[in-house]
Ligand binder design. Structure first.
Ligand code: MRU
Length: 365
């Protein structure tokens, strides 16, 4: 399996996902500006991976200040806050970015648990019982940020495994008796979006490892083709039976009864259960409802934003027109045409069969 994110000991190593599937290229980043750029350009993408990359970016900011000036603890904390504020501007929709930055800031101050979710916080909370004084020298502060980023990377892999264990039995309930478990997914909520076996793909990897017959349909996912370029690539490399289809083909696929269940990831779940995910997910959910196909969302609790009451309030990133009007430099629409290019949409909870977290299932009553 391709490694998405790694700490080399001195740099943040990312697989450059803009180059897949043609080339496997890793980049080593040593500054917050390069991490910000990598998140913005989708060198690293997918909500959990963005969060972990940002945590390392925060460390790189503090380390640079300490290396340059041997700063005081106060100056190192100020640098951490500045760097986090800056990294938070890279992309607006995935709440994991803000969750991760908040977490490193809180852990360094010994105030413990970030407010966004309850997931890996059990670990943080356990470590934070009792007062942890703020380290009194700048390099100890930098070290604490690095340790937290490394912990988040490790925890993310464990959370993916837990998501797979939660999801697989639910999905298997929908398997038709005479064929492999047949799943449809949209975008990439896979290993390439996380530090483990993915969120929506976790049950796929588990099923495959356990010898459960499995077939996956991967929506191409226009405009940036995360389904075709990333999901299909990683599943195929793992030996999983995967078929790519253009986004406008999923209706005919479902109409023919070919899909047992849809499973997707998420960038943010609001308190009303509204699910932001890659644009096109809403259309798939509406189709699934129409054809009576169950629609599951794999959501690590780091992607849940209980402070945002409504899905409709989730900030949606709009991206460059050229993502729609060009592919690999080749025009796909006439220059100057007006373009609508939201990167995400929001699926209301009423279209969702269940939101599945690493701790259990959030289901309609
Ligand atoms: O724009 P991207 O590629 O970052 O969008 C990614 C998605 O929409 C994923 O489905 C989501 O982040 C979940 S990843 C586990």
């Amino acid at each position: 399996m391709l490694t998405t994110i790694e700490w080399t000991g001195s740099a943040l190593r990312l697989l450059d996902q803009t180059r897949l599937p043609g080339e496997v290229v890793y980049v080593d980043l040593t500054t917050p500006a390069s991490v910000h750029d990598a998140i913005k350009r989708l060198v690293v993408r997918g909500a959990p991976a963005i969060g972990v990359a940002a945590a390392f970016g925060a460390y790189l900011g503090v380390r640079a200040a300490v290396d340059a000036t041997g700063d005081t603890a106060d100056a190192a904390l100020a640098k951490l806050d500045d760097t986090c504020r800056y990294l938070a501007t890279a992309r607006p929709t995935a709440v994991n970015l803000f969750w991760a930055l908040d977490r490193v800031q809180r852990v360094v101050r010994g105030t413990g648990v970030p407010p966004v979710n309850t997931a890996a916080q059990a670990t943080v909370a356990a470590r934070s019982t009792g007062f942890q004084p703020v380290p009194d020298d700048a390099s100890a502060i930098a070290q604490r940020v690095l340790q937290e980023a490394q912990l988040m990377l490790k925890e993310d892999a464990q959370i993916c495994d837990q998501l797979g264990e939660q999801l697989l039995p639910l999905l298997l309930r929908h398997q038709k008796f005479d064929r492999p478990l047949t799943l449809l997914t949209h975008c990439n909520a896979g290993a390439l979006a996380t530090c483990g076996i993915g969120t929506a793909t976790a049950p796929m990897y588990l099923a495959h490892a356990r010898g459960i017959p499995l077939k996956v349909y991967a929506d191409e996912t226009r405009p940036l083709l995360q389904g075709a370029r990333l999901t299909a690539t990683e599943l195929r490399r793992a030996g999983i039976d995967v078929t790519v289809l253009c986004d406008n083909m999923s209706a005919s696929l479902m109409a023919g009864g070919a899909v047992d269940a849809v499973v997707v990831g998420t960038d943010r779940v609001a308190a009303d259960g509204g699910v932001a995910n890659k644009v096109g997910t809403l259309g798939v959910a509406i189709l699934a409802k129409h054809f009576g196909v169950p629609f599951y969302v794999a959501a690590p609790t780091s992607s849940i934003d209980p402070h945002l009451p409504h899905g409709r309030d989730i900030p949606i990133e709009h991206r460059a027109a050229t993502e729609v009007t060009r592919w690999g430099g080749v025009p796909t629409a006439e220059d100057g045409v007006a373009v609508y290019n939201p990167a995400f949409d929001v699926t209301p909870f009423e279209l969702v069969t269940a939101i599945v977290t690493e701790h259990g299932v959030w289901k309609k009553s």
